[in-house]
Design a protein around this ligand. Structure first.
Ligand code: P6P
Length: 335
């Protein structure tokens, strides 16, 4: 059977699920931008793209050269296409306005252009995370698109995905009807469908958390992780393995592939912050993907996709992956 490229998959989706042509085109353009980012990332030291700039992003995090390069690739690839009303990024404080010379469209694109970028200089997998929302009707409205257009619950996402730049470059995508995986065929220059129906195993023996923060965790997380570490002699009755790549895309991809539970809780290091991960362009897209693959995703007390955002860059505690474990840690939070 001839291989199904991303383009063919999207056209077939349009026929079978009435996927709007401008959404299909948007995904194609984002995928093309991810190929360009993959190319830049793979250059490493040869491309003069490693290392940090002397600038910080809105999060107060030192920007890597590739953070800025990746952000610019996504902006330039998408601004002219006529299917977006605006864009928002981890790397920009305010929404990106579509330049006046280009037509505007129905969608909003929100992204973390290069997640896990602290791993780049040590050659560990990183990725791009993106989320697609519909732009609220701005009939008669003038002026720049404000943050409020983006502040929609994760359930309003029409598409979500990530590219992972690892031993293979892959695009993992959901349009709300299951999760598909596409592997970049560098000879063809196309993403080829290689994982037709990704499912997260309901049970797991693997957990992911940064254990160095243990003394700062709240009681439910302390209890849960101590039970995981107690193994088969403990209340959970089985031995668990641990992985922490410190690149959300890589940890989530492993969980989609073989199960697991990913945790980034709030902790006492910065009590005024709800953890480290951002709702709009990390937690929401990853939660949509995980749920579409049969897993679960909460902030410890509620479904992440049901959270009403009040800030473009707001943070949220994240517990996601194999349903059995996410429901357990969530129950512990509810006491
Ligand atoms: P820590 C990368 O910086 C990131 O935003 C996520 O990709 C990753 O899961 C997390 O932070 C790692 O955080 O505190 O373990 O370095």
């Amino acid at each position: 059977m001839s291989r199904v490229t991303l383009s063919r998959f999207l056209i077939e989706q349009t026929r079978s699920h009435n996927t709007p042509a401008d959404l299909r085109f948007l995904i194609e353009v984002v995928a093309r931008a991810c190929k360009a980012i993959s190319h830049q990332v793979s250059k490493g030291a040869l491309g003069g793209v490693l290392g940090s700039l002397d600038t910080e992003n809105v999060q107060g995090e030192v920007q890597k050269k590739l953070d800025v390069i990746s952000n610019e690739i996504l902006l330039e690839a998408n601004e002219w296409a006529g299917n977006l009303a605006g864009m928002a990024s981890e790397e920009m404080d305010k929404p990106y306005q579509i330049p006046g010379q280009y037509p505007k469209g129905a969608y909003l694109l929100v992204f973390d252009p290069l997640d896990g970028s602290s791993n780049i200089d040590v050659n560990v997998s990183v990725g791009t995370i993106f989320s697609v929302l519909r732009c609220p009707d701005r009939q008669g409205e003038e002026g720049d698109l404000g943050d409020e257009a983006f502040l929609q619950k994760g359930t309003q996402q029409v598409a979500a995905g990530y590219a992972i730049y690892g031993p293979q470059t892959m695009l993992v995508l959901t349009l709300g009807d299951g999760v598909k995986g596409f592997t970049l065929d560098r000879e063809l220059g196309s993403f080829v469908l290689t994982h037709d129906n990704i499912k997260v195993p309901e049970a797991t023996k693997e957990f992911a958390i940064n254990m160095s923060n243990q003394r700062h965790w709240e009681a439910p997380v302390q209890r849960y992780v101590s039970e995981l570490l107690a193994g088969e002699e403990g209340p959970l009755g089985k031995n668990y393995n641990m992985r922490w790549i410190a690149s959300m895309v890589a940890d989530v991809h492993r969980i989609l592939t073989r199960g697991g539970v990913f945790m980034y809780p709030r902790d006492a290091r910065e009590p005024d912050k709800a953890g480290k991960l951002r709702l709009m362009y990390e937690a929401n897209p990853m939660s949509m993907i995980i749920e579409q693959a049969g897993g679960a995703a909460t902030n410890g007390t509620q479904r992440i996709l049901d959270i009403q955002p009040d800030n473009l860059h707001q943070r949220v505690p994240v517990f996601l992956g194999s349903k059995e474990e996410v429901l357990r840690i969530t129950a512990y939070h509810k006491g």
